[in-house]
Design a binder for this molecule. Structure first.
Ligand code: URA
Length: 199
């Protein structure tokens, strides 16, 4: 049985895509490895690349704040990861080939952590986990069963995906207004599904 630490060791020396050449650290993931709630962002930025931890910059502070305000918990109670584990240069969008190369790491994280609810932050994580080409504005506002077959094992409808805006989009929108309200509403939705799933 492969454990998460073994997958992280494998990722730490990964050269499956060109992002490996520019990284300081592989940003694998952080938090409770048996959490019921998992967050998946886009990819590490400058701060994350330097520290080796996801969401430690401005977006991360916003995420920490809404997590505390809407669910009353800190980041140590959830697991946080990204679609790609190495920083795209200049914070550009990850290329489809980079997302594809990194995808097995995320799928193995989900398989091993077995969260009940996955909150996808922004377009990249949402499109990947819902296998959709639609945008976050169309997809958010409801929850979806996560039904990807991972290593022959199907993660059933007990795992729900709750898509929401990326915190950096919320910050770009002024940290308030509709985007912030949407992020908060989606976290409340995630909380509801956590409650349903725990019963
Ligand atoms: N944005 C992301 O998508 N992930 C991080 O870890 C930081 C910022």
């Amino acid at each position: 049985m492969v454990d998460l630490a073994a997958v992280e060791r494998e990722a730490s020396v990964c050269t499956r895509c060109p992002l490996a050449a520019g990284r300081t650290n592989v940003v694998f993931g952080v938090g409770d490895t048996s959490a019921d709630l998992m967050f998946v962002g886009e990819g590490p930025g400058r701060d994350e690349d330097l520290e080796g931890e996801p969401f430690v910059g401005r977006s991360g502070h916003l995420l920490d704040r809404v997590l505390q305000e809407e669910l009353g918990i800190g980041r140590d109670r959830v697991y946080i990861s990204n679609t790609v584990k190495c920083r795209p240069p200049g914070n550009r969008d990850p290329h489809p080939s980079e997302v594809a190369a990194c995808r097995p790491y995320l799928e193995r994280q989900i398989e091993l952590i077995e969260p009940r609810v996955i909150v996808t932050l922004g377009n990249f994580a949402t499109r990947l986990l819902l296998d959709s080409t639609r945008g976050i504005k169309q997809l958010r506002g409801r929850a979806y069963p996560y039904e990807r077959a991972v290593s022959g094992k199907v993660s059933g409808p007990n795992v729900m995906v709750v898509p929401t805006f990326h915190p950096s989009f919320v910050l770009r929108s002024g940290g308030a207004g509709e985007a912030m309200a949407g992020l908060r509403a989606d976290l409340v939705r995630a909380k509801r599904y956590l409650g349903v799933a725990a019963r």
